[in-house]
Structure formats: structure tokens, C-alpha cells
Design a protein around this ligand. Structure first.
Ligand code: ATP
Length: 631
């Protein structure tokens, strides 16, 4: 232990020195660089580096150590010792003191086992409490020794307070496989509640940024979560891993090109989110194309250039066949028309240059022609016109009742309208794309929402995270292959996670019984945590029973989530009150679930599986049969 304390002291000193150096570079770097652009870029880069280093918590600098043996399987690592931590730390000579958990050799830390030691003689795990090293555990893998780790178990059982934490110290082999999947392929993780989908997605973002830093700095990484509360909950994980440059948004935020000031009826929202709307919108947009009203004539000085109506018709057809975005098609048509004019000019002995081409393109007759046959258009014009009278674009695609459902009498936009606007914007021009998008709770995305993400990842890859059993939107996916097709990645690798790190055995037994009634094809979860407890209380006075349950819950350590549709107030900052539908993706040590009979089975499944240690069910009406506690 003495030796370990000395190493820790040296690593702390090395990190402090790295931080000083980075700060010094921030202070002086701008003066040493040549031109202003280089200076600015360098300054930004150095500030980023200093910030990353400074965000390193005072706490654990490393969580594990690998000591390789001398055998052939150790390869280049024979006889070496490596400390594995959240970030790379080097000594004054540049020799690594702590290796980043994402480096290739760190993979061995997560994957080696007694059955396949991968050259490792001893794997050591460190225990920390409040930044202080408390001890370590060794597994002599090469001697076939591999135990259930007390340190890992304690980490998993630790009470939950505040936002989500990283799991770098305890990533499991099947999770590691997903975290380290290459950037070029897309993956889809079907994971039961608490199996670590969100954790895997966030660690994967950090891993991809590490292995493809330059490319992803340029192309961007985006995390999509179901609601702002969820984004707040996960917001600290990537910065804790040293990654501060990842956009984290809800889909509504991503698509917010107009303020939302009205809501749809359920019937309207269902139609607007249906995949058929893509065809309706494309038809509505392209219905704007017109026929030429005659030949095109452009006069300049004494010359007159002319393109016949027939030739114009042929050009329009040709451009149309190229299937370009609408806005690009318009410009392509302009340049083709001018190209014809130019060839005529050349044939008559003129030598038209770039200025001539530009003048012709902007000339009145060419503009008039384009406005007639391929008019410029904004998404809101197309969607407004469609919603005023859907018949022309929707006949044969939507039923009369569906058309009636989306016909609107106001000029305000709903959340679903934003998805439609985005679809049209995507038909008109290429949207900004990302190198990698991680999308959580993906089972709840509608086909039209999936398309919005597909457009933004045409050149990139996706990590799709979700659980078909937790789908509660009216359009929730019932199978992944269809959802992945809507997301533009039908070939994504589908992997199921089934080891549950959140929900304790007693709660899981209840949840798995409910799962059997949900009519979805997903494997049940097995609990990695302890038993936990489930308590059911019936009362005619729900508010009083809820208050009593919360009072008792506060006697324990950790967070309390009250999942209820009724108003409830608590003055403790450990208590969060929210409707069950908003609890997706969140977790609380103690959950007080009020009146489960109010919830549809899938939402009930979501609500039950938020509990980390204890679940209190408070009810007045009879319990849904599937969750009667076992006799
Ligand atoms: N390998 C691990 N070691 C320790 N804790 C873990 C591990 N994997 C997951 N966890 C913890 O389990 C809890 C659930 O993880 P997470 O929220 O990622 O699950 P999820 O599959 O997204 O759940 P849900 O479907 O309910 O949203 C989190 O507290 C997470 O930190």
C-alpha cells in the first residue's frame, strides 16, 4: 500500500505539472504563433486542453492496473505494468504514468478473464472514497484466479445522488464490446431497463472522439435524449471523461426552426408522424414545378438567344431525374439553361466569359422562367399550404379521415409540424450532418423523427439505444429492423444487453412478470444488484399515504423519486416529483409510485424500473394483476 500511495503522489504531481504547462501555454501561446488565424486556433486549442485537464476531478486518477506476464500472449507488453485511468498522465520525461481507459491496451483491463488472461498476470482494482485511495484487489488471472470483485459490487450498489456518473472503472465485457465498436458501423442496443444503454452510448461517444479525434472534431458528435430533464441528468458524464465538445439535445430542440405555440389532437399527431407523410410532403413540394409557357428568349444588345419550349421541357425532365434536393435542382436548372444559351453564343462566334454567364443567369427572362417552372420555396409555405388543404398532395396516400385530422385552421405550429418542416427543409437542401449520432430511447421515435436523424447522419454512423418494452409513444417501434430502416441504417448490428445494473431482484421479479404481458419480443433482465425491496400500501387517502412513504424513504440515503400524476410537494431537495412519463431514462434510490392503475402497462413497466434499491407502491384502486406481489 505504501508503494501505491507513493505512485499516487507522483501521478498527482505529474497531473499538476501538466495543468501548469497547459495554463502557461494558454497565457503565452497566442504571442508565439505567427499570423492571427493560427494564433486564434492555437489559443482555442490550448484553452480547450487546459479546460479538459482542469475538469479532472480531484478524485481517482486511476481505477486499475495491469501487470503483464512474460509469456508469448503478452506480446509487446511482456513484463510491463500499466495504470488505467480516466485520462492520460505523463511524467516529466513524457513517459506514461496513467493510460487513458480508451487506449488499446486498456481494453485488456475490461476483457481479460481467468479463461483468457490475454497475457495479464495480475489485474488490480482500486477502491476510492471521496478522493482517497482506500485499498485494492488483485486477480491473478494467469493462475486462473478471478473472483467477484467487492470493489465492483460496491460501485454498483452505491446510492444514487445527483446526476449520472461515468462507469469507466466497471465497464463489463459485453458493454466494452459496444463502447469500442468502430466508427464506420452503426450499432443498435436493445437493452432492458438499467442494463447500461445510456452509459454505453455516452462512453462510446468518448471512445469514438478519442480514436477519431480529428475527423469527429470536424464532423461533430450529437447525443439525442428524450427530454431536457434527461439531458440534465446525463450532462456531466462526458465532461467527467474529458469530452466537452459534444452537442446534447432533444429532438425538438434540434428541429426547432419555429416556436411551438399549439398542440395537435392525438389523431393529427399520429398522422403527421406517419411514414406516409414523407411521400405526401414530397408530392406537395414537387407539385410546385410548372410547365414552361413558351420558349425562352433573352435579348442582349443586338443579340437574341432563344431556347425552345421543347428543349426547356427536356432540361427540366433531366434535372428532375437527377433526384437532387429541390433547391439544388433549381440552381442546376438555371445553369443548364444558361449553358444552352452559352453554346448558342459560342456557335455564333461570341466568347462568353464568367461575367456573361452570371448576367444571363440573373436576367429577367431566366428568373421568370425559373419562378414558373421551379419556383424558390420555403418549408413553411409548403407545410402551411398542405395543412390548409391536404387533398391534392394526400389523395391516394392518406384516407379522407386522416386528411381531415391534419387539416388546420390556425397559422400556429405544433411540435409535429416542426418534424414536417424539417422533412421539407431536407427535401430542399442538405441539412447539417454529424459524424456520429447517439440516440437514446429510440423506440419512441416516430418514422418521421427517424428520418430527421437519418438525414443528419447520411455520411456518418449511429448508436441507437432503446428498449421496445419501454415504448410508450403512440408510434413506438415494435421491431428494430423497421426502426433502423427509418433511421437509414438497416444494416446496423443489433445487440441485446440483459444484465441489469439498476433494478434490484425483488423489483425486477415484478417488472419481468409485467414484461411477459407486454407482447414484445425482448429477453428479460437478470439483476446484478442485490434483492432490494418492494412494499405495497393501499389507502383511501392517497396524498397522506404518499407523504408517509416519502417520509420513510428519506430515512435512507440517496434520492427519492415520486412518480405521480397528482400534485405533490416535498421540501427535501432529495425528492423529485414527476409524472411517470417524464421519468424515462432516470433512476432514484427509492421510488414511490402512486396509483399504478392509472398507467398503461408499458408506462407502468418504465415506472417500476426506475428504482435502484426500494420501490413503494401506493394505491387506492386495485393493482393491475401483473404486479400483484408474489404470494
Ligand atoms: N458496468 C457498470 N458498472 C456500474 N454501474 C453500471 C454499469 N452499467 C450500468 N451501470 C449503472 O446502471 C444504471 C443504469 O444504467 P443506464 O441508465 O445506462 O441504463 P439504461 O439501459 O439506459 O436504462 P433505461 O432503459 O431504464 O433508461 C446507471 O446508474 C449506470 O451507472
Amino acid at each position: 500500500m505504501e508503494e501505491e500511495r507513493a505512485y499516487l503522489g507522483a501521478a498527482r504531481a505529474a497531473l499538476a505539472r501538466m495543468l501548469d504547462l497547459a495554463r502557461h501555454r494558454v497565457a503565452t501561446g497566442e504571442q508565439v504563433a505567427g499570423d492571427r488565424y493560427t494564433a486564434e486556433t492555437l489559443g482555442r486549442m490550448l484553452r480547450g486542453h487546459a479546460k479538459e485537464l482542469a475538469e479532472e476531478p480531484d478524485g481517482p486518477l486511476y481505477f486499475g492496473r495491469l501487470r503483464f506476464g512474460d509469456g508469448a500472449t503478452a506480446g509487446d507488453h511482456g513484463g510491463q505494468t500499466y495504470y488505467i485511468g480516466r485520462r492520460h498522465i505523463a511524467d516529466e520525461a513524457g513517459e506514461p504514468m496513467v493510460i487513458d481507459w480508451r487506449a488499446p491496451v486498456s481494453r485488456t483491463f475490461y476483457r481479460a478473464s481467468a479463461r483468457d488472461p490475454m497475457g495479464v498476470a495480475v489485474r488490480r482494482r482500486y477502491g476510492w472514497r471521496e478522493g482517497i485511495l482506500t485499498g485494492f484487489e488483485d486477480e491473478r488471472l494467469s493462475q486462473g484466479q478471478e473472483g467477484t470483485s467487492r470493489i465492483v459490487a460496491e460501485e454498483i450498489e452505491r446510492p444514487r445522488v445527483g446526476p449520472m456518473r461515468d462507469i469507466v472503472a466497471t465497464i463489463q465485457p459485453e458493454q466494452d464490446d459496444l463502447v469500442r465498436a468502430g466508427l464506420d458501423g452503426s450499432v443498435c442496443v436493445q437493452g432492458a431497463p438499467g442494463t447500461g444503454k445510456t452509459a454505453v452510448g455516452l462512453h462510446r461517444a468518448a471512445y469514438l472522439l478519442y480514436t477519431n479525434r480529428r475527423r469527429l472534431k470536424r464532423e461533430g458528435v450529437l447525443v439525442i435524449g428524450p427530454n431536457p430533464a434527461f439531458l440534465r441528468y446525463i450532462s456531466a458524464v462526458l465532461p467527467a471523461l474529458g469530452e466537452v465538445d459534444v452537442a446534447q439535445r432533444t429532438l425538438d430542440q434540434l428541429l426547432a426552426r419555429r416556436p411551438v405555440s399549439t398542440t395537435d389532437t392525438d389523431a393529427a399527431a399520429i398522422v403527421k408522424h406517419d411514414a406516409r407523410m414523407a411521400a405526401v410532403l414530397a408530392r406537395a413540394l414537387y407539385a410546385r414545378l410548372g410547365e414552361p409557357a413558351g420558349p425562352l428568349t433573352v435579348a442582349e444588345d443586338s443579340a437574341r438567344w432563344r431556347v425552345s419550349e421543347h428543349a426547356l421541357g427536356r432540361l427540366i425532365d433531366e434535372v428532375w431525374q437527377e433526384s437532387l434536393p429541390y433547391g439544388i435542382g433549381r440552381e442546376r436548372l438555371r445553369s443548364r439553361v444558361v449553358g444552352l444559351l452559352r453554346r448558342q453564343a459560342e456557335a455564333r462566334g461570341y466568347a462568353p466569359g464568367a461575367a456573361w454567364v452570371q448576367r444571363m443567369g440573373r436576367s429577367r427572362p431566366v428568373r421568370d422562367l425559373l419562378d414558373r417552372v421551379w419556383p424558390a420555396v420555403r418549408p413553411q409555405e409548403v407545410v402551411s399550404a398542405l395543412l390548409r388543404d391536404p387533398s391534392e398532395a394526400a389523395d391516394g396516400i392518406l384516407t379522407p379521415a386522416e386528411q381531415e385530422a391534419i387539416t388546420r385552421r390556425t397559422t400556429r405550429w405544433s411540435a409535429a409540424d416542426l418534424v414536417l418542416l424539417d422533412e421539407v427543409a431536407g427535401l430542399i437542401n442538405h441539412p447539417e450532418t454529424y459524424g456520429h449520432i447517439i440516440v437514446d430511447e429510440a423506440q419512441d421515435l416516430s418514422p418521421m423523427e427517424c428520418r430527421a436523424l437519418a438525414r443528419r447522419s447520411v455520411h456518418g454512423s449511429l448508436t441507437v439505444l432503446g428498449d421496445l418494452a419501454q415504448g410508450t409513444a403512440p408510434w413506438a417501434a415494435t421491431n428494430w429492423s423497421q426502426q433502423l430502416t427509418h433511421l437509414g441504417k438497416p444494416d446496423a448490428r443489433l445487440v441485446a444487453l440483459t444484465a441489469g445494473f439498476r433494478v434490484p431482484g425483488a423489483v425486477l421479479a415484478l417488472a419481468n412478470r409485467l414484461l411477459a404481458t407486454l407482447d414484445v419480443d425482448v429477453p428479460p433482465t437478470r439483476a446484478v444488484r442485490g434483492e432490494g425491496s418492494v412494499r405495497v400500501r393501499r389507502s383511501d387517502d392517497l396524498p397522506a399515504a404518499t407523504a408517509a412513504a416519502v417520509r420513510e424513504a428519506l430515512a435512507y440515503e440517496g434520492s427519492v423519486g415520486v412518480l405521480t400524476r397528482e400534485p405533490f410537494v416535498s421540501d427535501s431537495d432529495r425528492v423529485t416529483v414527476l409524472p411517470p412519463a417524464m421519468a424515462k431514462g432516470l433512476e432514484f434510490d427509492h421510488v414511490v409510485l402512486v396509483e399504478p392503475a392509472d398507467l398503461v402497462p408499458r408506462l407502468l413497466y418504465v415506472a417500476l424500473t426506475r428504482a435502484v434499491s426500494r420501490l413503494d407502491i401506493v394505491h387506492r384502486r386495485p393493482l393491475p394483476p401483473a404486479i400483484h406481489p408474489a404470494p
